[in-house]
Design a protein. Structure first.
Length: 221
């Protein structure tokens, strides 16, 4: 029995992604109440778990397996290789959700790189109203309200969600393409609002409408 095989069993059995720390806790916790069979991996370190995860990831690639080991924002998880998507998709025959429109993608990109950001500032960049687009992104679970800006009128601030990271296979926002450069690039901003009470309504999020957007991500186990 080896550490990498134990980790393999844990990830295979888990119903959600597991972090290295969660894996370590499960590894060390085994056999605590069993005095007859000692836990030979009780002294495992988090660094050893991390190394074993990387080794498993490389092993599956070298063996050309039909699945891969991915590190997501909330941990490690098995997923099918995209090469087999057309067959795996047959297991999920539900109607495909509509893809994001170009205006939605543009709005989502602005929020992702400049969050938290007000609706007015997004509109200043795009040059058009984004109320409907913003509502759609929230219903899909890609964007959420992050609070209110400390400016007159206290407009709402928007930011991306954990689902946004999971869907696009990102561990964190620093993995966005050209993240540093695009965050520093000048973008137009809205004129300072008058010092009046904001009448902006909080968009209602319809949880039943949240569904996976572009179906190009590998299916997770």
């Amino acid at each position: 029995m080896t550490l990498d095989r134990i980790i393999e069993a844990l990830l295979f059995s888990a119903q959600k992604p597991l972090t290295a720390r969660e894996l370590l806790s499960a590894i060390k916790g085994a056999g605590i109440e069993d005095e007859i069979v000692p836990n030979e991996f009780a002294r495992t370190s988090e660094a050893e778990v991390a190394a074993a995860l990387e080794q498993l990831k490389i092993e599956y690639i070298e063996q050309g397996r039909a699945f891969q080991l991915l590190e997501k924002a909330d941990g490690w998880q098995f997923a099918s290789e995209p090469t087999y998507a057309q067959w795996v998709r047959q297991l999920f025959p539900a109607a495909k959700s509509a893809r994001l429109t170009p205006p939605s993608l543009e709005t989502l990109a602005i929020i992702a790189y400049r969050q938290p950001i007000t609706r007015a500032d997004v509109e200043a960049v795009r040059g058009v109203a984004v109320d409907g687009v913003l509502q759609s992104l929230m219903e899909r679970g890609l964007v959420k309200i992050a609070g209110r800006a400390e400016v007159p009128g206290r407009p709402l601030l928007y930011e991306t969600t954990q689902f946004f990271l999971d869907h696009f296979g990102l561990r964190d926002l620093d993995e966005l393409p050209n993240a540093d450069e695009l965050r520093r690039r000048y973008l137009p901003t809205a004129a300072p609002p008058a010092a009046t009470t904001s009448t902006e309504n909080v968009p209602v999020r319809n949880s039943a409408a949240i569904s996976t957007v572009p179906d190009e991500s590998p299916a997770s186990s």
